[in-house]
Design a protein. Structure first.
Length: 157
């Protein structure tokens, strides 16, 4: 804002510029805005029509395969991984191996996800079964190697 001394006329103000196109409006800040930016006007949602119809060969470029969704994660794969982690007195390990193999066949047949979980369940299940076998061997060999002498009826002098 400029200072105008008393008794002098202020310089003539410039008229606002003309709108760029019809329908635009002049805001209080001195700028022009399009009709859809007017206060109180809610923007309309964009309308999308149906996808274009293609005829003839595939419209996808050569060598490009569109992403195909999997049909979810296989339940046996989830159960195999969980039982492989939990073990539950080695019953879980045995079930983890069984469910892991069932999951592999279903994943292959149904194009489902969860192959990594089935693999993890199988590995953990086999580790659990291996630990069970090792514990059984240690207990069996440990108990049979102890020799017990009976001193009943024998006298050594």
């Amino acid at each position: 804002m400029s200072f105008t001394p008393p008794g002098e006329q202020p310089p003539p103000s410039m008229p606002p510029p003309a709108p760029p196109t019809p329908g635009w409006w002049l805001a209080s800040d001195g700028n022009w805005y399009p009709p859809e930016a007017a206060p109180g006007v809610t923007p309309a949602a964009p309308s999308y029509g149906p996808p274009p119809v293609t005829y003839g060969p595939s419209s996808t470029p050569y060598g490009y395969t569109p992403y195909q969704q999997t049909r979810g994660t296989n339940g046996f794969a989830i159960a195999s991984m969980v039982l492989g982690i939990v073990w539950i007195y080695w019953i879980g390990s045995i079930l983890a191996v069984i469910f892991g193999f069932i999951a592999y066949s279903q994943i292959k047949e149904r194009q489902q996800g969860g192959r990594g979980m089935a693999t993890a369940g199988l590995i953990l299940g086999f580790i659990g079964i291996g630990t069970l076998v090792l514990v059984i061997l240690v207990v069996a060999l440990g108990s049979s190697s102890t020799v017990k002498f009976s001193s009943v009826g024998s006298s050594i002098n």
